[in-house]
Structure formats: C-alpha cells, structure tokens
Write a protein that binds this ligand. Sequence first.
Ligand SMILES: [Zn+2]
Length: 129
Amino acid sequence: MPISHAEPITLTCPACGASHTAEIWQIVAPDERPDLVEQIRNGALHTVTCPQCDQTHTLDAPLLIFRPTAAPPILFSPAQQTTSEQDQQHAAALIRHPAPAPGRGVERRLARAGTGNRAAPDVASGFGR
Ligand SMILES: [Zn+2]
C-alpha cells in the first residue's frame, strides 16, 4: 500500500471565484515518488491551476514527508498561516493517517520543504478537516 497520499479538496479560485477541486498531497514518501520530491523542491507541490481562468495559486497546506530509512523518518512542514496548536493537530492527523511510523516525534520545519506557501492567499481556509 502506498504511503504517499493526496487529499481531494474543494477550492475557491482567488482570481475568478470559481470552485474547483484539486488533489493536494499531504503525505509524500520520497522513495515512492521522487517526482513529488522534485515538485517540493520547486515549490510546486501545492500549486494548483484554476480550470476556469488558468490562474495558478499556491495553497497554504501542511505536508508530511515520510522516509522510512532516514533519520528522522518524519519531516513535517506546517502550513504558514496557522498557530502552532493547529500545526500539531495537522501533524497528528497526518501521522495517524496510514500511520507508518508513529511515536518518533515530528521535526518541525526541518524539511524546509518549500511548499511555496509564502504567497498563499486564503484559498485553503477550511482545509485540514
Ligand atoms: Zn479562476
């Protein structure tokens, strides 16, 4: 069973207001998906394109990276516009998900995963439930 996991979420385009859905990667296992790692490096992993107006925008979404053979095995890149409490909830929820390796602790920010959240507008509000 793959570890990597994308969650379909409904977004509202900040440019034209159209609702659309996008698959947002929440858990990435580099061993499985080197292509996604490339997107993380480029800051493109959480970038979505509006099917209506073709604008791209970047989501403010947390990301968990799971590397079974590395130390630490779990890296967590929290969303930007969240409190540390929310970050912990996001991390706990993601770790519980298919839960490959619980209990090793989460290295906050270590990944510097560059999900490109800096420019994120509020398109992701409501995300994380
Ligand atoms: Zn749009």
